[in-house]
Design a protein around this ligand. Structure first.
Ligand code: GLN
Length: 199
């Protein structure tokens, strides 16, 4: 069987780091900017960046509706940070006109750790993905404030002011983290997602 083809949405944000991670987990990574590229992939990563900008660009490049249709048809998608916001059905602290791809029955709060908090690291245990905790890097990150019955909470912040906040979730083929595993040497989240795509 050929390795799965995993797209990384490359309209804005940190696509390159994700492509590197995909390559090291044995899948084929491709940048996605056009409809034809979206049609050719087996899974998709929505990178961090600015969710408002990415949503606008998805509409401008006429990718929003095709992407929603593919998600409804079962395309596995992993969203990190801004990508988590884009997968959420409901967003808090967003401009009134902020569009979302949706698909996950979650309410996500943007910049949830406080506007003054640019970035920080925290321990996040995610037992479904690996035995050791993740040294999670958060950059103006969201958290999951509420989730529906089909959503599996995979990880919460452990310790500090945000102790217990939900920062990793899964619903069927959709996976989301508030943090950026692509900025660390830890490839476990990407390998987990590649396995979801293979499955
Ligand atoms: N705060 C950003 C947003 O709302 C997300 C930040 C990130 O992806 N690092 O889109």
């Amino acid at each position: 069987m050929r390795p799965p083809i995993i797209g990384v949405l490359a309209l804005q944000g940190d696509a390159r780091e994700h492509l590197r991670r995909i390559a090291s987990s044995g899948a084929t990574g491709v940048a996605v900017r056009r409809r034809a590229e979206l049609d050719a992939i087996d899974g998709l990563i929505l990178p961090g960046g600015e969710s408002t900008t990415i949503a606008k660009l998805l509409n401008r490049f006429e990718l929003m509706e095709p992407l929603r249709a593919r998600i409804r048809a079962g395309l596995p998608v992993y969203g990190s940070c801004a990508g988590m916001i884009l997968l959420a059905d409901r967003i808090l602290d967003a401009p009134a006109d902020q569009d979302t791809i949706g698909g996950m029955d979650v309410t996500v709060r943007r910049n949830a750790f406080g506007r003054q908090v640019e970035s920080f690291e925290n321990e996040v245990p995610i037992p479904a993905v690996g035995q050791c905790s993740f040294a999670a890097v958060f950059i103006r990150a969201p958290w999951v404030e509420q989730s529906g019955p089909d959503v599996e909470v995979l990880g919460r912040v452990s310790g500090g002011a945000a102790d217990g906040k939900v920062v990793a979730v899964r619903q069927g083929g959709l996976l989301a983290t508030s943090f950026h595993p692509e900025l660390t040497d830890d490839g476990r989240i990407h390998s987990f997602f590649v396995d979801m795509v293979r499955g």
